[in-house]
Design a protein around this ligand. Structure first.
Ligand code: DSN
Length: 414
């Protein structure tokens, strides 16, 4: 019995989403397309099982094979990142961060992180997030001229503020982060260091971005961005935090782990050990640099002047359009991106002066350098002809035809 017959209402929406994904170009840097294996495991019978606790120490019976799969995921994560301990239970990157804070901080403790306006994440202390409510958050920004992290400035702020934890990692920062330098600062002021590598974990695995694992007390990540796994999170930490961290997840902030997702995480970690994964990560960066150059050649200003990784933030102030307007306009032709603050943005987060583009998803679909040039041209044409509905319709048709040439799952021709 298929979903089409059992629940036609859900089926119709599923098909609409499938058609949308097939016929659009996805440039949101935090999105990707999982392998069929990950898709299958995410919908597997592991979802039927309750398993609060950890392997060998569950609060439920019948966990023999659940223990096996979680142990496999943990050992693969440790091997992949050369980490001393891994917790693969966080349902998301946000919960991964929360568990680290809960394991060593007390409410009211001071945390120092990159401002969300400079590319930081909301769980790094934003006032409206739990992290900004529970903790006393202070921030560093990127340098106004270079729009990159000014490590001396971070040090000055750290010396003045004396945070209990230094948080690094970002959601919209296109340059290499020097985790070694940040760890020296953290040590100097006696702070714990947490590196959130959600965006770049795939690049880290491939050796295309320096790893924070030797330096940071805690490393958090999602599994669904450059790592190309299921939607979820995980934490790596030094052996000394093992017990505190594990009990921050359960009973601290979560109940039953999502065992189907943990199975898919295990498959993701194995896949990331393969040479083909490193090649894929290389192509992500090649595509990103190409897309960035194509924008620059069309007079778009890129925050910090370029990219070293999978994403870029484009400053739209010389183009007479806001980030939110451009996001909507691009969606109308089948190009999916998201508005983004630029450093020191005069506009609020729901409007923004910038837009963020990234290449993990299109690279998963097999797009290469020449395709980046084509995409940049359509983006530019869309902006130039935004009042011309006939031309926009033509671009939309071309985008749809082009996207469908790169099937999401080639074996199904989907
Ligand atoms: N929401 C994610 C992103 O889009 O970057 C970060 O968690």
């Amino acid at each position: 019995m298929s979903i089409r017959e059992t629940d036609p209402e859900v089926y119709r929406i599923l098909v609409k989403e499938q058609e949308k994904q097939r016929g659009t170009i996805g440039l949101i840097p935090s999105e990707n397309i999982v392998s069929k294996e990950v898709l299958r495991l995410s919908g597997s019978i592991f979802t039927n099982k309750y398993a609060e606790g950890y392997p060998g120490k569950r609060y439920y019976g019948g966990c023999k094979f659940i223990d096996e799969i979680e142990e496999l995921a943990i050992s693969r994560a440790c091997k992949l990142f050369s980490a001393e301990h891994a917790n693969v239970q966080p349902h998301s990157g946000s919960q991964a961060n929360m568990a680290c804070y809960f394991s060593v901080l007390k409410p009211g403790d001071k945390i120092l992180a990159m401002n969300v306006f400079s590319g930081g994440h909301l769980t790094h202390g934003l006032h409206s997030n739990f992290s900004g409510t529970f903790y006393n958050a202070v921030f560093y920004d990127v340098n106004r001229e270079s729009e990159t992290i000014d490590y001396e400035n971070v040090r000055e702020i750290a010396l003045k503020e004396k945070p209990r934890m230094l948080i690094c990692g970002a959601s919209s920062y296109s340059r290499i982060i020097d985790f070694g330098k940040l760890s020296v600062i953290a040590r100097e002021v006696g702070a714990y260091m947490l590196a959130d590598i959600a965006h770049i974990s795939g690049l880290v695995v491939a050796g295309l971005h320096p790893t924070p694992v030797p330096y940071a007390d805690f490393v958090t990540s999602t599994t669904h961005k450059t790592l190309r796994g299921p939607r979820g999170g995980f934490i790596l930490c030094k052996r000394e935090y093992h017990d505190k961290l594990d009990s921050s997840i359960i009973p601290g902030i979560q109940g039953g782990p999502l065992m189907h997702i943990i199975a898919a995480k295990a498959a993701t970690f194995r896949n990331a050990m393969k040479p083909a994964f490193a090649e894929y990560q290389k192509q992500i960066i090649i595509n990103s640099k190409k897309l960035c150059d194509a924008f620059k050649n069309r007079n778009y200003r890129i925050v910090s002047g370029g990219t070293d990784n999978h994403l870029m933030v484009v400053d739209l102030r010389n183009k007479g359009i806001t980030g939110s307007e451009f996001e909507t306009l691009l969606e109308s032709v089948g190009i999916i991106a998201n508005k983004n603050l630029i450093p020191f943005d005069p506009k609020p987060p729901r409007t923004t002066s910038g837009i963020r583009f990234g290449t993990p998803l299109v690279t998963s679909r097999g797009m290469k350098e020449r395709d980046m040039e084509t995409i940049a041209e359509w983006i530019d044409e869309t902006l130039k002809h935004r009042q011309n509905s006939r031309l926009l319709k033509e671009i939309a048709k071309k985008v749809r035809r082009f996207a469908r040439e790169f099937p999401i799952y080639p074996s199904d021709q989907t």
